[in-house]
Structure formats: structure tokens, C-alpha cells
Design a protein around this ligand. Sequence first.
Ligand code: RIB
Ligand code: CA
Length: 314
Amino acid sequence: MSGARKIIIDTDPGQDDAVAILLALASPELDVVGITAVAGNVPLSFTEKNARKICELAGQPETPVFAGADRPLERKLVTAEHVHGKTGLDGPELPEPAMQLQDRHAVDFIVETLMAAEPGEITLCPLGPLTNIALALRKEPAIAPRIREIVLMGGGFFEGGNITPTAEFNIYVDPEAADIVFRSGIPVTMMPLDVTHKALSRATRVEAFRDIGNRAGTAVSEMLSFSERFDEEKYGTDGGPLHDPCVIAWLIRPELFSGRDCNVAIELKSELTLGMTVIDWWQVTSRPHNAHVVRDIDADGFFALLTERLAKLP
Ligand code: RIB
Ligand code: CA
């Protein structure tokens, strides 16, 4: 696709990851050059298979899917079956994927793709723990200046955390990897809980997905009906936060969002606040800005975009 923005989606599907991937595959503004799976919501054996199931659901089995890290850089893997179910994609009955997993390791794919592309051509879109991204930066530091931007879902500040009182899941699972990414000097746009908690998959919005009447819309409504029950109970809201599609929507319609450049630092030492993203939103330190932190969203516009694009799928 000429003119489309080339992206690599790094992901731990996860129902919300699935919606993000479907949005990307349905959007002509984006060219998904590959999907790299990482352990996170569920173990890697599930996340890589789920990524393939989602590509087939989108009718795009030619999208290359690669398996990456099956555990964080230094810590034991923490998963989130309590939210996403045992498979990570509970809700719809999706067939076993016929498309093959690529042989290459995800980290090698990321490095080789970036080294072969023009500098600034590729955007990385991490939707899970940042293990694969950190491993790629360690394997070949020369990729850093070649990456156009990293647009990631992770962290939280005013909203606190969701896996501990102070840490968001993606950062908490691999805080050392997050520290490498936020210290890398690569342009980072961050979608923290502060914005994703304003993107609630309310019943009327999920009904709109189902009313599209195609396979993708029906599957998404079934996914969200499953995964949002945990957050609805926890937050007492109508619907749960639709985290990962915020990353993709930002690439397509950035005007739906607003935020500011800040310093973001990752807590690595304290067991109490491990994985906290310390965001200097009020600029009270002289620490350098290393991320554009998004805090607000036009939620109606976001769900209208999602519904419009899901309708383009089979
Ligand atoms: O905290 C929310 C994030 O953790 C989302 O990316 C969700 O898919 C899980 O990976
Ligand atoms: Ca995710």
C-alpha cells in the first residue's frame, strides 16, 4: 500500500489487542508489515495463536505473525487469565488458525525489518509488555534512530494502576523492558490508563458492533462481553476500558486525542510501587521530556471510527 504508514504491532492478545489488530487491518491508512506476539495476558503459546486467529477473522491470513519472548527480561511471567480467560480470547468461538506461524523469531523480524527499511519508515505499536522491543534494542542498538515512533499502550498516573495500586499491567509485567524503551531516546507516544479508562465499551457501543452484522462485529461484541465483565465489576461502570485500540486510533485520527510532552520514569526498585510510570505531568522537575502522554479522548468519535472500520471486514 503506497502512502500507508508502515507499522509493526507487538501484542499479547487479549480481546482488546484483537480489536486493535482488526482496526489496523481494516484501515487503509496503515500497512501492517508484521505482527509480533509476546507473553503477557496469557502465555506465548496462546498469544501467537490468537494473533493468527485474528488475522484470519479479518480475512487477511497473509499477514505475517511471529512469536517472540515467552517471559519478561528478568522476572517471572505474570498473566491475566482472570480478565481474558484461559485462552486470552474467550468469548467468541474462533476456528483453529490454518495460517502458519512464521519461523523467524519476532525479535529478529523487528531488527531485520528496521535495518532493511529507510530510517523513519516504520512505527512500532506495542500493545503488551515491552519485552520484544527491549530485546530488539539490545540485539541491535542501531535500530533506535531508524524507528519513526513507538506508540504504545501502557502505564498510568492519575488513574493509578490496574494490576497493583500503582502499576498498569503491560509495564508491571516487564518494568526493565519498559525502562529500556523510555530511556531509548526514540519518540514515544504513550496511551496510559488515564486515557483508556475514558474509552468505555458501554452496552450501546457493543450493540453497535454486533449490529454491523458481519463476522468481525459479532466476534468483537462477544469478545468484549466476556472481557469487560471483570472491569465492570471492579469499576462499577457500564462497560470496561478498551485499552489497545487507542494506539491504532491515534495513528488514524490523532485529533480524537490530546496530551502533552512529559518526562516518564519507571519504578524498578520498590516492591510496593514496582512498574509505576512516574509521569511529570505538571513539569515539577527538569527531567527531559521522553514521551508524549495522552490523557483525553473523544470517546464517541473513537467508537464511531471503530464501528465504521469493523464494518469493512468480512
Ligand atoms: O493494562 C491493560 C493492558 O494490559 C492491555 O494492553 C491489555 O491487553 C493488557 O495487555
Ligand atoms: Ca494488550
